[in-house]
Design a binder for this molecule. Structure first.
Ligand SMILES: *Cc1c(COP(=O)(O)O)cnc(C)c1O
Length: 437
């Protein structure tokens, strides 16, 4: 009935998640409210981890791409489920550190890492820095030499596969701010350069071909391209690359029309491709790393809002406004990402009219969904926007000086706050009025 298996209708005819009644949650915590189902997050982690064990003899590591939902509690869950962590900034690394996450399972990505961020990563002996460019390579070598360390690195490669949509094409991706390209020799070059530096050790290759991908084929093609590159580097430079990191990007069901592949199938099919190719090319089976973000947390999350203004513009459009918006979920405004929604206080009401769900920010583009088929909505209804667990809290802002909602984690009919609600004092916390003003 719902796009996410985390949800059901309870005997009070309310929406329920993790055994908690959404109307009760709203009474207890207020709105807007992010709710995350711990059981489904853990189940998703296990699906990936078990697939790595089953199809690749456990010779790999699944990382949670923390940017999808970076909080200390989430780091804890990832750790308990045996996942590693992918971070892309000092702030995400700091969150992991504060959560006590094991640093020997942390990978650091990003196309413009700051010196201080690199120092933080090297000081804490994280498992891998995924180097983006030559400049960064030299920075790392210098910092490592000053600290008397040898840093294990891999490089981000542009494999020339553009898979951001349903279709994918094998050209064009040279035009990306991330990584070094294969087709112009840039990738090969950087491995050669690195092989001559004394304070870095090249152990891996990495690629990440896009997000919300519903196909197996682009991942299989990426694996193929990368294995060929590993073989080339071995043959021409004598460097044995031990680790193949294929990134994330596995699609999830936001709306009923979306039809994602079971997550373990990615690992199954990629394992098969990698094993076959390595045999053909007579190279050692690499350690495989995968970095799912969205597919671990998106379906586990919902956002609850109260309906305020309802504006029916005759023959034009009906707007219903919620007490949040692009400040807690900028994805519609950014990419026109589709969402499904349901009334939490009467989830089985018959859908009878098309409405546009608007936020409270001072922007016409501040929408959460356009022309969504919904039951008749009344002021005071509780609206649940579904599958908001990824890139919602993590992309939230204080635009219009709106405090961020809290995040509540639910499991077995229990709810706990994992991120506190911001208040107006949080909003002005860093403001200063200079004395001479
Ligand atoms: C964003 C990102 C991911 C996660 O992507 P999802 O679409 O959330 O699975 C993984 N690896 C890298 C390098 C990324 O930038």
């Amino acid at each position: 009935m719902f796009v996410s298996e985390a949800l059901k209708v309870n005997n009070r005819n309310h929406l329920e998640i993790g055994g908690c009644d959404c109307v009760d949650l709203v009474e207890q915590y207020g709105t807007p409210l992010y709710v995350m189902d711990e059981g489904l997050i853990r189940k998703n982690c296990r699906t990936y981890k078990n697939a790595m064990d089953k199809y690749y003899s456990g010779n790999g590591l699944v990382l949670f791409a923390s940017k999808a939902f970076c909080t200390m509690a989430m780091c804890k869950i990832a750790e308990q489920e045996g996942l590693g962590l992918d971070v892309v900034s000092g702030g995400e690394l700091y969150t992991a550190l504060k959560a006590g996450f094991p640093m020997d399972k942390v990978y650091f990505h990003g196309n413009n890492k700051m010196i201080e961020e690199l120092e933080l990563a090297i000081d804490h002996n994280i498992r891998r820095i995924v180097v983006d460019n030559k400049e960064e390579l030299h920075h790392i070598n210098k910092i490592a030499s000053e600290k008397g360390k040898i840093v294990n690195i891999s490089f981000r490669i542009k494999p020339g596969i553009d898979a951001h949509t349903h279709d994918f094409v094998q050209t064009g991706q040279i035009d990306s701010k991330f990584g070094v390209a294969l087709e112009n020799g840039e990738a090969f070059d950087i491995y050669e350069t690195a092989s001559k530096l004394s304070n870095v050790k090249v152990v891996g290759v990495h690629c990440h071909i896009g997000s919300q991908i519903f196909d197996l084929a682009p991942f299989e093609l990426a694996a193929k391209v990368m294995i060929s590159f590993i073989a080339e580097v071995k043959e021409k430079l004598g460097i044995e690359i031990e680790e193949l990191n294929l990134g994330g990007g596995f699609g999830i069901k936001y709306i009923p029309e979306h039809d994602p592949i079971e997550y373990d199938h990615y690992i199954e099919s990629v394992s098969k491709v990698v094993k076959g190719l390595c045999e053909d090319k007579r190279i050692k089976l690499p350690f495989i790393v995968m970095e799912p973000g969205r597919s671990i947390v998106a379906s586990a999350g919902i956002t609850l809002y109260k309906i305020g203004a309802v504006k029916d513009i005759k023959d034009v459009r009906k707007y219903v406004s919620v007490d949040g918006g692009m400040c807690d979920n900028p994805r519609y405004a950014l990419y026109q990402s589709p969402y499904d929604a349901v009334l939490a206080n009467r989830p089985d009401a018959i859908k009878s009219e098309k409405v546009t769900i608007a936020g409270k920010c001072c922007e016409s583009g501040d929408l959460l969904a356009k022309d969504l088929l919904m039951p008749e909505i009344k002021v005071g209804d509780v609206l649940a926007v579904l599958a908001t667990g990824a890139y919602n809290y993590s992309m939230s802002s204080n635009y219009n000086r709106i405090p961020r909602p809290p995040v509540v984690l639910v499991k077995d009919s229990k709810s706990r706050v994992i991120v506190k609600r911001e208040d107006f004092d949080d909003i002005v916390r860093n403001d200063i009025i200079p004395e001479d003003l």
